[in-house]
Design a binder for this molecule. Sequence first.
Ligand code: SF4
Length: 364
Amino acid sequence: MESTTNPMKRRGVELKFIEGTRVVSANDLQANNITPYQVTKFYRKQIIAGGYYEQLKNIVEPSIAEFDSPGSLDTSGELDNTVVPGLQHKYVQTCLLLVTERCGSYCRYCFRKRIVGKVSDEIAPDLDLAAQYITEHPEISNVLLSGGDPFVLSTANLNSILDRLLPIHHLNSIRFGTKMLAYEPGRFEDSTLSALFQRIHKAGKTSIIVAHFDHVGEISCEAEQKVRALRAQGVQFLNQSVLLAKVNDDADVLAATFAKCHEIGVRPYYLFQARPVRGASHFQVALGRGLEIVRGINQRLSGIEKTFKYIMSHHTGKIEILDLVQDGRVYMRYHQNKVPEKIGKIFSRPFVPTACWLDDLPEE
Ligand code: SF4
């Protein structure tokens, strides 16, 4: 380990932030767990040409606010649910496999700031061990490949992961969580990907790409072409978005995003409440405002377009945020929970105008 008194680490350099330049040292960056800066040329060009730079720059450009945003680096209890290195098993039927710590660009709001852009021991070091765990748990029906972004890996690497997963009979679907359709849609031009998806289908399993479009301005013509081509090969698409202050905290923007997703065959799935992540909690929108936005989205969409749930991915489970009622309470329901009996049960907490997370609402 390098000494923290190393003068090279203490000496500051001038770095660019949204608010202006600031002199920071390697020690400052490390102590505040600041995610490295990385954005693809494609994304930068897309957000400028699309006319949404002012909102979308907040997704990828570092902000000085990252030094002062309180929170946790593991808001969903991922470490507690890690069953073998790199494999999480929180909900009965689903496993999550962390396959890389790298992404096309780094989202400043990422809830895996403790992992992305770093060298992390949370990435599965032994795929055989992970596959063995899944094989021994017949209740697991689906695996989500995540990280990081699985599509930064080569297709050969992805095939090697599938070598372990496809022989497991009780798996019925393989999901890929990715923002590469926004950051680098050219990745999906790789002709060998077609064979990869066909392998999944021939093994009798469904392939699902969970795209990550937070804003209609991220859905480029190139992304649309790639989605349509992969759909024609039998790949299913869902979309998840995060509700983000200054980016998409607007019913018009999110309704347009979900309508566009629906138009290209990507089913809006989750709208996540941003988590109280250390270094990213400035992206949170208060729950009361979030519910207003969700109501506005639903008023703007047709029945078949409103397939999303407004979700708080809490360490106790995935909580659907339903409504703020006249009795002054926020009503919620467990969409997923480690304890199956709790799923679907509606519960409520007294409303607090500044609350952004379940823990900000008093128990009675
Ligand atoms: S692409 Fe996903 S994993 Fe990577 S930084 Fe963005 S939110 Fe985090």
